[in-house]
Design a protein around this ligand. Structure first.
Ligand code: HEC
Ligand code: HEC
Length: 342
């Protein structure tokens, strides 16, 4: 009997220890990153909120016919984008008009979506949830569904101290997952942070130098975006007729401007650009290399590319871009499909 008590006590102690140790929200600010834009004071974080967000993110019950989840279009091992088609595929196989962007370092974003149509991460999820070509869910119906589930009521109570699930609470729940997706452990980061035994190869270093000269004005390190809207030489697609930023501001000057995407994990986030029109990273480099041959549709930062890159320069750039791959992020178990009781 006494032995049993001791065993039970030990089990209890180690359980409490695990709970205490894992109680932290996984978001962190890497040493070499600027201050995040996201206002954490509005949303105090905690592990339970993160886990709730993660469960919601992976749950197809959030879509009209319970067939697709956020993760259907935002797969972890590609940097949280989709890969097998140019523009997104939603409910009933309905085809959208844009390529799903990666979900990386979102706490530093001022704008969301390719045209910046969303300005707060806490409000973003309402778009895919209700979009007829994405999850096509009626919010009232969704709240009913969630409030009828004792699983979710318990978890909202544990995370927010409230078991009545409302739209703002649902949005905050999801944002608690999205905001945690920090990628800052690529080879590039290790070189910048002078981690012992990590160095660029000569080729990567040459690529980095080229990148600084021709790309960094827009894909600004360490986040690999300056968060602005620019034109990088893509022609208007005659079928999609996507005018980018102009669709939001209605200003002619904003025609064909798109949000500069981060290039972190770009090795795996194909296809590329707002409509996924470019399949391979090599072809993206080819695209930038061909700009000097008379492409007028470019922002001024790209005018520095005065002649096509040599074959060697192209290889160097490619080698450098691959140093932005962060396997620890792509395979971080915290961000993967949550296993456990339902
Ligand atoms: C059917 C595919 C699809 C589903 C399902 C989907 N998304 Fe997206 N997501 C997209 C596309 C496409 C965009 C770009 C929209 C645009 O630019 O107009 C996007 C954009 C985003 C962005 C903005 C990223 C940025 O840097 O601008 C976030 C965050 C996001 N989605 C999170 C979610 C969450 C959370 C869910 C689930 C509630 C979800 N998505 C469900 C396709 C999808
Ligand atoms: C004028 C600013 C600007 C400069 C300079 C620039 N880019 Fe871009 N880049 C963009 C914009 C804007 C997009 C998105 C365009 C779109 O989808 O319509 C983009 C998209 C990309 C993408 C696709 C990423 C994705 O997830 O779809 C890659 C890769 C890329 N750029 C690499 C580079 C490289 C390499 C250089 C230097 C040779 C460079 N860029 C220089 C603005 C710029």
């Amino acid at each position: 009997m006494r032995i049993l008590n001791v065993v039970l006590f030990l089990v209890f102690i180690s359980y409490s220890f695990i709970v205490v140790v894992t109680d932290k929200h996984p978001f962190y600010i890497p040493k070499h990153f600027p201050k995040p834009y996201y206002q954490f004071k509005d949303v105090p974080q905690g592990r339970l909120r993160f886990e709730l967000g993660r469960t919601l993110f992976y749950d197809p019950a959030l879509s009209r016919d319970s067939s697709i989840s956020c993760a259907t279009c935002h797969l972890q091992y590609t940097g949280f984008t989709h890969i097998d088609h140019p523009v997104s595929h939603g409910i009933d196989g309905r085809i959208g008009t844009r390529n799903s962007p990666v979900m990386i370092n979102l706490a530093w974003n001022k704008f969301f979506h390719w045209d910046g149509g969303v300005i707060h991460l806490n409000a973003q999820a309402i778009n895919p949830l209700t979009h007829p070509k994405e999850m096509d869910m009626d919010i009232v119906e969704l709240l009913k569904r969630l409030n009828n589930s004792s699983f979710y009521r318990k978890r909202f109570y544990a995370a927010f101290g409230d078991s009545v699930i409302t739209t703002p609470l649902l949005m905050r729940g999801i944002a608690n997952f999205s905001v945690a997706l920090v990628s800052a452990n690529s080879k590039y980061d290790k070189v910048i942070l002078k981690e012992e035994g990590v160095a660029f190869t000569d080729q990567e270093q040459r690529g980095y130098d080229l990148f600084q000269k021709y790309c960094n004005a827009c894909h600004t390190e360490p986040l690999y975006t300056s968060h602005e809207f620019k034109k990088n030489g893509l022609e208007l697609d005659p079928e999609l007729k996507d005018l980018g930023r102009m669709g939001i501001t209605e200003r002619k000057a904003d025609s064909l401007l798109f949000k500069i995407p981060t290039l972190r994990n770009v090795e795996f986030s194909f296809p590329y650009m707002h409509d996924g029109r470019i399949q391979k990273l090599k072809e993206v480099i080819e695209h930038y290399s061909s700009l000097p041959t008379g492409n007028k549709n470019v922002s001024k930062e790209l005018k520095k590319i005065k002649k096509p890159f040599t074959e060697e320069q192209k290889k160097d750039l490619l080698a450098f871009l691959k140093t932005l791959t962060d396997k620890e992020f792509l395979y971080n178990k915290d961000f993967s499909f949550p296993r456990g009781e339902r």
